[in-house]
Ligand binder design. Structure first.
Ligand code: PMV
Length: 294
């Protein structure tokens, strides 16, 4: 191995699901994008056992993930994130990819996209047991994608997004993805028409997203939110933030991710106005845009 740099830095973005969560579990497509907020991993030479500073990302599974990638001695690790952790914005996927990138820099090279995807998945499995693989893949590739899960695996296809002034509103609560997915499964087949409609909506909204047609995209977000509420995954905290965003002139708003808390996304022609109103009301909010493809 070459002599390590004083500091080896790896960075990777989080993600948002724009349309299609939950229906994607049943083979329908969904749309997601990498966001302009990142997790950063800094590796520096240390003496003795590895020291880790992870602030918001402290997690009992973190040492296991670090053991899988880094020597146990001689390297200190600092992890920082701009993402709300555990709220459906892909913080662990971005951590996985940032770690893979930082390790490669530490070794005097650049991680390839395939390495980020393969090694990132290995780390995501340590964090989540049986993840879909979407989060770390979107994080590694950047950009926006249409994805679909089939028996053969995850299909990903880049998509183009027009102007999409999005605001994230944070409930401050973590949703339990596995429990919410199980609750939807328990309500089938009664919920199948709702799931079908979400899948159809994903197909319908594509052209409006590419054109940046805010009123069509906003109405589709509102419909997607109504359907998610029918599935039973929109918690009162989600409903309250959706109602707040609409009361402030959002063209559309929906939960993003599994629901039961987590974040809400809102489309607003003047995002800064919605953010100012949210902050005044004591709601954590920030604008978000797509991070460019790698
Ligand atoms: O909580 P998140 O952002 O990882 O989203 C979960 C999305 C679901 O469709 C509810 C589940 C899944 O595995 O696709």
């Amino acid at each position: 191995m070459t002599t390590p740099l004083p500091e080896s830095i790896g960075r990777a973005p989080g993600k948002l699901i724009l349309f299609g969560e939950h229906a994607v579990v049943y083979g329908h497509p969904a749309l997601a994008m990498a966001v302009d907020r990142c997790t950063t991993v800094r590796l520096s030479p240390g003496t003795g056992p590895r020291r880790v500073q992870a602030a918001a990302m402290e997690d009992p599974r973190l040492p296991i993930a670090l053991d899988a990638l880094l020597p146990s001695e001689g390297v200190d690790v600092q992890i920082d994130t701009e993402l709300p952790v555990g709220r459906g914005m892909g913080s662990s996927g971005s951590l996985a990819v940032a770690l893979v990138r930082a390790r490669a820099v530490w070794q005097g090279r650049t991680a390839s996209l395939q390495e980020c995807i393969d090694e990132g998945f290995r780390l995501e499995r340590l964090f989540h047991g049986n993840p879909s693989g979407l989060d770390h893949t979107v994080s590694a590739r950047g950009g926006a994608v249409r994805y679909r899960r089939t028996a053969a695996g995850l299909e990903l296809e880049p998509i183009h997004l027009g102007w999409l002034p999005l605001v994230v509103l944070d409930t401050g609560k973590a949703g339990d993805t596995a429990a919410l997915v199980a609750a939807v499964a328990a309500r089938r087949p009664a919920m199948d028409p709702v799931i079908q409609r979400i899948g159809a909506l994903v197909e319908e909204v594509g052209p409006a997203l590419a054109r940046g047609d805010l009123s069509v995209v906003g109405e589709a977000m509102n419909e997607n939110q109504r359907l998610l509420a029918q599935l039973g995954v929109s918690a009162p905290d989600n409903d309250a933030l959706v109602a707040f965003a609409r009361s402030q002139g959002a063209l559309g708003a929906k939960l993003a991710g599994a629901g039961g808390g987590g974040v809400v996304i809102a489309l607003h022609a003047h995002p800064e106005r919605l953010i100012a109103a949210a902050l005044l009301a004591g709601i954590a909010a920030f604008s978000v845009s797509v991070s460019p493809p790698e």
